[in-house]
Ligand binder design. Structure first.
Ligand code: PLP
Length: 344
């Protein structure tokens, strides 16, 4: 059976064009910085995000960890959202590997950290306190619904950071989704930040890899730490070749995924038994099961699988569906009809 896979945008397999580019990629030893395809990818990523330099890393998790390690010393404090990927989904790497103390602040319903909460959490100089060093935000904010955070909000966080002598990192795993959803240039969302991580391997469809961007000195230090973590890769131009197509062809088409997420949202709204979250403008649809639904999450997943649709749960009686390059209009229809049938 051909499945419509709505579990995540991480399931995106490379396109035939990507596979061809990968097969033909010019490569070299990237630890010597000799891989022309990686170099090209890094230059292009830096230019697109308006930063001095960029580093190709194996995963978004490593990209975020490197940013934390470069910005913070052991014992420093980093302000993070309590629903952020860095805080809940990166195996505690910041503290386990970096000795960095997380200061989790409540993510608001709109995905932001309240500016007054950030302000109030900045430690004063006192022998009892940690040293606040870094503010991290996530755009789009995944767990809050795939919500894009605006350029205005990002600028406000940037100003707050600057006024208080703090550094500012964006976990922009889906920053191009945010830019598409807000209809702004991605640089409007990245300009205030000292560093940004984004994933090639999600909605941008590449099989592997993320980019970490920032100032030249920051990236040089991140490259050193990447080697320390075992992330120095050799002829990795075979992966970077796919990443270049992500930047050239995929970053500009994410609006299509968002339109399909909207259709999915509108369709599922009509299905009795589903309580949909307010729609975010990006590629995610979240909902809870209504109280009267007696099927378990796993039964629903299995029934949907039988109907050719892969879905995953996102918490107790909660689901997240994600549209991406390999989900077409027919797949959206199949998912809506599937849920209507299963919950009848
Ligand atoms: C996926 C994701 C990451 C990490 O990416 P991996 O490549 O899976 O390590 C970081 N932040 C957010 C918000 C993500 O969704």
């Amino acid at each position: 059976m051909e499945y419509t896979d709505l579990r995540s945008d991480t399931v995106t397999k490379p396109t035939p064009e990507m596979r061809e580019a990968m097969a033909e990629a010019e490569v070299g030893d990237d630890v010597y910085m000799d891989d022309p395809t990686v170099n090209k990818l890094q230059e292009k990523a830096a230019a697109m995000l308006g930063k001095e330099d960029a580093l190709f890393v194996p995963s978004g998790t490593m990209g975020n960890l490197l940013a934390l390690l470069v910005h913070c010393q052991r014992g420093d404090e980093a302000i993070v959202g309590d629903k952020s990927h860095i805080y809940i989904n990166e195996a505690g790497g910041m503290s386990a590997l970096g000795g960095i103390h997380p200061r989790p602040l409540r993510n608001q319903a709109d995905g932001t950290l309240a500016l007054e909460d950030i302000r109030a959490s900045i430690q004063t100089e006192d022998v009892h306190h940690t040293i606040t060093r870094l503010i991290c935000i996530e755009n789009t904010q995944n767990v809050c619904g795939g919500i894009p955070l605006t350029a205005e909000y990002t600028a406000q966080v940037g100003k707050l950071a600057k006024d208080n002598g703090l550094l500012f990192h964006i976990d922009g795993a889906r920053i191009f989704n945010a830019a598409a959803a807000l209809n702004v240039d991605v640089q409007d969302l990245t300009a205030p930040a000292d560093s940004v991580m984004f994933c090639l391997s999600k909605g941008l469809v590449a099989p592997v890899g993320s980019m970490l961007v920032g100032r030249g000195k920051f990236v040089a230090r991140a490259r050193h730490l990447r080697k320390m973590l075992g992330g120095g890769m050799r002829q990795v131009g075979v992966l970077a070749a796919a990443g270049l197509i992500s930047l050239e062809k995929m970053a500009g088409r994410l609006g299509q995924d968002h339109a399909r997420a909207k259709s999915l949202f509108e369709g599922l709204k009509q299905v009795k038994g589903l309580k949909l979250d307010a729609r975010s403008a990006s590629n995610m649809v979240y909902f809870d099961l209504a109280d009267h639904v007696t099927l378990t999450e796993n039964q629903i997943i299995e029934e949907m699988r039988k109907r050719g649709v892969l879905v995953d749960w996102a918490g107790v009686r909660r689901f997240r569906l994600v549209t991406h390059f390999w989900v077409d209009d027919a797949g959206v229809e199949k998912a809506i009809e599937g849920f209507a049938e299963v919950l009848k």
